[in-house]
Design a protein around this ligand. Structure first.
Ligand code: EPU
Length: 433
């Protein structure tokens, strides 16, 4: 069983590079399905399990995909005939596969995608995706675990989202690019990954404005073409590194990190006493000797991101006093806390609110990740726990972080990744995937 093994208590210092954003590359790969001419080239592609899954999804739809891992570049040619069905085996591995529904429908007039299930962090329905596509004129049926959407012609519409869902905003944007007339998405998600998708679609010939605000306007065009695009930096990976520096009293430059993408985290860490300097070459984070407690509530962007909630709870545990974490985006995103309890964390959970008693005297233990960001939180806890922490179930970590252990090790952490054979012998591995 592969594990990350950490001996806590080391201060982090140095410079760290951040990869392209997982939550940007997945819809961008789906967008490439809309190009009926030319090839799409994507740069700064993170080497993640989810990218490999999306590659398989695109290939199952008959797109040709080449992934140069050394250069971190993807080439996608979707100019030939595509098929319209994304199979259950792939969608069940990664619920974000639902993002191909909009582009397939727009391009082929029909799309059949396995219905994604819930996952560890919540039930995660897709009603808002379907509501938007229906308003564009799609007929949607659900049968045998599949969603089928059909439309002879998509027509622009005014679509109001009850909640600014990231995936629904993306699916509707993707479908509306080829609709006849103008679409407005109101109460749209405003995440930087939405802006990156809009930039990519514009480079492909789409007419989109307002991405990053509450209202996105899409004027449909007849066709889209391949393009070259560089993926935006992963603000959640950057934020994870910022928390790592803060809790280890470290001094770390997050190279080329974009301050306004992480405004809520910067604000909360500053409240805790962390010194944060936004420079031309990135964000410099200097952790204090003592962290002050702070209350946090997760919200859609530009609120505090739910994808940094588990990591932030580790910082709150390390503060001198009581902190509150209120999770409003997902119903079940405190599962990492049960593992942290095994590391001697003291807290109470009431519904979606967590009361964290600091300063925790964390002790190393064997713990297991339950989802991607839980995995990151457990690694962070290991950095400040006394003794040895072993984090298992790394398939979750590999969905969203590339060689996290190497990056932390270069900053001075005592951390390695190993493969433990049946005799309990550890075999260090060079590459996580
Ligand atoms: N929701 C609905 N109906 C819908 C869609 C969403 O009720 O039709 C609810 C969800 O159940 C959830 C909330 O709205 O409670 C937010 O869901 P959203 O659609 O915004 O999230 P998503 O598109 O499924 C993306 C990221 C997540 C991230 C969320 C929120 C990708 C591939 N995934 O998911 O990333 O947590 O936005 O920011 O972009 C992660 O990276 O660890 C991760 C889970």
């Amino acid at each position: 069983m592969e594990e990350i093994i950490i001996h806590g208590g080391h201060r982090l210092e140095g410079t760290v590079m951040i990869d392209g954003a997982k939550n940007a590359i997945l819809p961008i790969m789906a967008a490439s399905l809309l190009a009926t001419s030319g090839v799409t080239e994507i740069e700064d592609v993170p080497i993640l399990a989810d990218v490999f899954t999306m590659t398989s999804v695109l290939e199952s739809l008959a797109a040709q995909v080449g992934f140069d891992q050394t250069q971190q570049k993807l080439q996608i040619d979707a100019s030939g005939s595509l098929t319209h069905e994304a199979p259950f085996e792939l969608v069940s591995q990664m619920r974000a596969s639902i993002i191909v529904l909009g582009p397939l429908l727009a391009r082929l007039g029909v799309a059949k995608v396995a219905m994604p299930g819930g996952c560890a962090i919540g039930s995660r329905p897709i009603d808002l995706h379907l509501k938007g596509l229906r308003q564009l004129g799609a007929r949607i049926t659900q049968n045998g675990g599949y969603i089928e959407a059909r439309a002879t012609k998509l027509i622009g519409a005014d679509i109001y989202l009850d909640f600014p869902s990231v995936g629904a905003t993306e699916n509707i944007m993707l479908a509306a690019t080829l609709a006849e007339g103008t679409t407005f998405i109101e109460n749209a998600a405003r995440e930087p990954e939405i802006v990156d998708l809009a930039i990519m679609l514009s480079e492909m010939g789409a007419h989109i404005s307002g991405a990053g605000t509450e209202t996105i306007k899409i004027v449909g065009v007849k066709s889209l073409h391949g393009t070259s695009h560089q993926v935006v930096q992963d603000r959640i990976e950057a934020g994870t590194m910022m928390v790592a520096a803060a809790i280890t009293h470290g001094k770390v430059l997050i190279k080329n990190a974009i301050g306004h993408h992480n405004r809520p985290l910067i604000s909360k860490l500053t409240e805790m006493g962390v010194t944060i300097t936004e420079r031309d070459d990135g964000i410099l984070v200097e952790g204090p000797t003592h962290l002050r407690p702070v209350n946090v509530k997760t919200l859609p962007h530009p609120g505090f991101p739910t994808d940094l909630q588990p990591q932030m709870t580790v910082a709150q545990l390390m503060a001198d006093g009581v902190s509150v974490m209120n999770e409003t985006v997902f119903e079940n995103r405190f599962m990492h806390m049960n593992e942290l309890r095994r590391m001697n964390a003291d807290f109470e959970i009431e519904g979606n609110t967590l009361l964290l008693h600091g300063k925790a005297d964390l002790r190393g233990a064997q713990v297991e990740a339950t989802d991607l960001r839980a995995a990151a939180a457990l690694v962070l806890a290991g950095l400040v726990a006394e003794g040895e922490t072993r984090v298992g179930q790394l398939q979750y970590l590999d969905r969203g972080y590339y060689l996290l252990h190497q990056k932390l090790s270069r900053l001075g952490a005592d951390i390695r990744r190993s493969d433990v054979d049946e005799n309990g012998e550890e075999r260090p591995i060079l590459n996580a995937l």
